[in-house]
Design a protein around this ligand. Structure first.
Ligand code: PDD
Length: 279
């Protein structure tokens, strides 16, 4: 039985339900986090909690819980799942109010958390991606639950036999529909700088940190559409996918058309970090 946490109670997921006037339901008025659990250890907890804090602040909400409160909820849910590799999903909405845009009408946030086994799909052979105009809003640094553009972008990718859409805004790469983007050129690695059009990905930031520690050249730099097309390697990163090579873009091979040497090296560094963190 999958357990969920909803507004102070643990209950079977199938029995967790909310009021139809919840502003998450009527307006998409809320934020979320996805936090991976490897070997039953919560990975990069502080970083995820900091991003949650920033997302809440950006939508004029206060964090309803202390880190200790959150962790005790997470641990209870993790313990209820058999698998060692899980992903925690948490969502905070502004709560229930009459359907009126005015945020002051909502008094109590709705807090929902669940933990599910990570479906370990082996993506190490590489995935196909499409390019698409970045059709999302101007506050992509907020991890908002309002995800219709990303859902449509993933659907368009799927219709074309691909798994991800690489987004282009004003001629420059921003990120994937649900991932950050890295390219490699002449043995150097680049990822777009953080700004309002890019989610500050925890996996992205971790790669920058651990590659720097290993003296591998990885830089934050704008990536033009032209540079994307001329890349030797292209990767996408996320908490649940980790570091995934993209071997075809719009049906054309990226570089050699196979996962490249820098991906192999970086993935090894990432996996080693993960093992030492979650031993
Ligand atoms: N999404 N950019 C976007 C738009 C994302 O939705 C995600 C992750 C990322 C990668 O961030 P991180 O490394 O912190 O997971 C970048 C999650 C997994 C989701 O929506 O399910």
């Amino acid at each position: 039985m999958t357990l969920a946490y909803l507004n102070g109670e643990f209950k079977p997921l199938a029995e967790a339900s909310i009021n139809v006037l919840d502003r998450g339901f009527t307006f998409g008025d809320g934020v979320y986090e996805v936090i991976p659990v490897f070997n039953r250890t919560i990975f990069r907890l502080e970083e995820h909690m900091r991003r949650l804090e920033n997302s809440l602040q950006a939508i004029f909400m206060e964090n309803p819980y202390s880190i200790e409160n959150w962790v005790s909820i997470f641990e209870h849910l993790i313990d209820s799942v058999e698998h060692a590799e899980q992903s925690i999903y948490l969502q905070v909405t502004r709560g229930v109010s009459v359907r009126d845009h005015d945020i002051s009408l909502a008094e109590t946030p709705t807090i929902f958390v669940m933990s599910r086994p990570i479906e370990k799909k082996d993506l190490s052979a590489g995935i196909h991606a499409i390019t698409h105009e970045d059709i999302r809003w101007q506050y992509c640094d907020i991890k908002a639950i309002t995800l219709l553009p990303s859902v449509l972008l993933r659907h368009k990718a799927k219709q074309q036999g691909a798994k991800e859409a690489i987004l282009i805004r004003d001629g420059f790469v921003t990120e994937g529909a649900a991932s950050n983007v890295f390219i490699c050129k002449n043995n150097e690695i680049f990822t777009p700088p953080k700004n309002k059009h890019v989610l500050p990905g925890i996996t992205r930031d971790l790669l920058l940190e651990i590659l720097d520690d290993k003296k591998v050249g990885c830089y934050e730099s704008v990536i033009s559409e032209q540079q994307l097309w001329e890349a030797d390697e292209l990767w996408v990163t996320s908490s649940t996918w980790e570091v995934v090579p993209v071997i075809q873009l719009d049906n054309k091979p990226v570089g050699s058309g196979e996962p490249g040497p820098l991906w192999h090296a970086t993935n090894q560094i990432y996996q080693e970090f993960k093992s030492s963190y979650c031993h």
